[in-house]
Design a protein. Structure first.
Length: 295
């Protein structure tokens, strides 16, 4: 007996190293038919392996999956059927509010649970990335909370690789700042706009499809007092000269998406562009860096 819920299929492959996992995930997204969603998860057992998975609404191209696994050095994809499950309901059940200092990130189904004297940031429950559950996003929110307690005031904010827009929203929930949330993924841009509107922050946060600081509107909004960049180590290193050029002297950069072993190398690159480390937040093997630009 069926319930009317579509039959889905999950394809999963293990691969060593986060950079290889990201590359395989990006290639998986280009398959035809493309996955409805894709994800990366650490085995968290010291093996260095990551699972790359995609959820498909129809049978995936198994020949294409085999070629991808071989090309990127991963194990063969396992394909399994996922039947009779309301995934939005499951995500809502599992997506509990996340606290990070003064901030609480929650889905609309938990709106009534947010207590007073907290800054609530509502993110649609079906959107898994950027909900605050990952250590990198939570690390950025905790870093922001610490810097505010130390007296940080920001009027111009950029969120590079903004995803759901949660970090730009957090900043503009504290100050009447003008923020730009840019992401290379146009779907993420739409998601961010919806979240910004749902939180009543559309007058303060502009959501753009942009790579780094090169979009004309990002360039025009500089220099920034505060920049978030929750991406990955390699693109963060490449972004350093653009970021230094786009920030005012004394500006703060909160960088994340870093495995803790990668943080010293990223910090060294940014020191070469005039930054110094002000703080670090470490959660579950991930590090968020707080840097200050001095000219």
């Amino acid at each position: 007996m069926t319930t009317g819920v579509p039959v889905l299929r999950r394809a999963t492959a293990a691969i060593p190293g986060l950079p290889a996992a990201v590359a395989l995930r990006d290639a998986l997204d280009e398959l035809d038919p493309a996955p409805l969603a894709s994800d990366i998860n650490d085995h968290d057992d010291g093996s260095g392996l990551w699972d790359v998975s995609g959820i498909f609404g129809e049978a995936p191209d198994e020949v294409g999956l085999a070629l991808l696994a071989e090309a990127y050095g991963g194990a063969a994809f396992r394909v399994e059927r996922i039947e009779d499950r309301d995934w939005v309901a499951q995500v809502r059940a599992e997506l509990t509010p996340v606290e990070a200092g003064r901030f609480v990130v929650y889905g609309s189904h938990d709106r009534a649970k947010i207590g007073p004297h907290r800054i609530g940031l509502e993110i649609e429950a079906a959107q898994a990335f950027g909900t605050g559950h990952h250590a990198t996003t939570r690390g950025c929110l905790l870093a922001l909370d610490r810097m505010v307690r130390r007296g940080l005031v920001a009027r111009r904010v950029a969120d590079i690789g903004g995803g759901t827009g949660v970090l730009a929203m957090a900043a503009t929930s504290i100050w009447p700042a003008a923020a730009i949330a840019g992401d290379i993924d146009p779907v993420a841009t739409v998601t961010a706009r919806e979240n910004v509107a749902a939180n009543g922050l559309a007058a303060h946060v502009s959501c753009l499809t942009a790579a780094g600081f090169r979009h004309p509107r990002v360039h025009a909004a500089a220099p920034f007092d505060l920049v978030f960049a929750n991406i990955l180590a390699a693109p963060l290193k490449r972004l350093a000269p653009q970021m230094a050029a786009a920030q005012r002297s004394g500006g703060i950069a909160i960088l994340s998406g870093l495995l803790s072993r990668q943080a010293p190398g990223v910090a060294a690159v940014y020191r070469g562009w005039g930054y110094r480390v002000r703080d670090r937040v470490q959660i579950d093997g991930w590090t968020t860096l707080v840097l200050e630009l001095g000219r």
